[in-house]
Design a protein around this ligand. Sequence first.
Ligand code: FAD
Length: 419
Amino acid sequence: MKNQLQKNYAVVIIGGGPAGLAAALGAREAGAEHVLIIDREVETGGILNQCIHSGFGLHYFKEELTGPEYAERFSQQVLSSKIELLTDSYVLNITPDLKLEVISRNHGYLNLQAKAVVLAMGCRERTRGAIRTPGFRPAGVMTAGLAQKMVNMKGVLPGRRVAILGSGDIGMIMARRLVLEGCQVVGVFELHPYSSGLSRNKVQCLDDFDIPLHLSTTVAFIHGRKRVEHLTIAPVTTQYVPNLNQSWDVKCDTLLFSIGLIPENELSARLRIKMDPSTGGPQVNSTMETSLPGVFACGNVLHVHDIVDFVSEESLRAGRFAAELALGMRRPGDNIALYPGENIASCVPHSLSSDREQIIYLRVKQPVKNATLSIGDRYEKKFKRLIPSEMVKLTLPPKILDHFFGERLRIEVSSGEAE
Ligand SMILES: Cc1cc2nc3c(=O)[nH]c(=O)nc-3n(C[C@H](O)[C@H](O)[C@H](O)COP(=O)(O)OP(=O)(O)OC[C@H]3O[C@@H](n4cnc5c(N)ncnc54)[C@H](O)[C@@H]3O)c2cc1C
């Protein structure tokens, strides 16, 4: 690939995970000629390469695949669609006129020009520092995702007796993986009174393997000078304050953190793109375009997804709209503003167009049973149960959207029982 790289592209996509791969396919489908994906890893697939468990693709391919199998399907399509790949290469900076500074193992320092850029940089895990867990700083403390990489890609166990703080999906999946690899998982400790991962992961990873889940508890202290020796676990009050009078000790040699993901938005912040504090990602309109014209966003860099199938679907759209813009077709601006109301933590996109079908992704703040979700005063949908860890997808046809023309819409849970 050395010296063949052209410098001007219709669409440049930053990140070759499921979001970047789908965005590139979307851009090609919409007619963009020169499409480039840049990824800092040596191969495409993003975080899916380390997710060797099954459960991917149920919505998109209607079959159950592992993470690498899911990524492979998209990578093969990318390879046969004349999309250029620049791997082992890191995007250092983007300028507002869409020039990219890249460092590449094979090509050195590069300056590229794009007509449209798609941000698809994914997210990283929150670490111990983010929640300031008290205690010593011994070996054996790491994020669940790092343990996943060690076990699934390097064939190395992080320890033998493992505790997990946080019941996020990666933590629960790792609890099961470590039991299958012969470790003892002494418990999963969750601050909230409910699990913070998908219900299916709680059942298949914890319940089926008799791994105890302790709700409303936290790690109050990490003991051990060289290696983790034990943890002090404490129940928390309704204000999430540890009650040390009722604490107990758990012996273990490893503590994994599964306490949430942070969208990788350093490039977006430098571009001064408008951000949404509730998602940690950029604000986007119905074409997934950010506040900076020509810059689009999709996947986990936009908002954290729990199901990769939604990432692919959203990113295909982002790629198509980026290609349209690169080809000189600009759609009329959106005519409906959307913002979160009662018990809604976040919603994406941030504005809608009544011209075509619109897909909205949202999360609730608190679990609720028999809920009614409403948009403005003309749309309602009933749900048996809504929980913060499971993203809701709503599809609104133009005939409903027509009623909302020119409005500022609140999306909210208008009735339901708190769990
Ligand atoms: C540790 C971990 C485990 C997960 N496990 C699951 C799971 O089991 N099931 C599930 O459904 N979801 C899981 N997820 C969620 C998963 O991230 C998403 O479903 C999906 O992978 C998001 O796709 P993406 O393309 O947005 O991000 P990613 O897959 O993270 O891809 C982003 C890509 O961008 C690249 N990149 C970032 N910045 C730059 C830069 N400046 N220059 C060049 N390249 C860059 C990265 O190298 C990476 O390849 C997991 C997430 C994490 C972090």
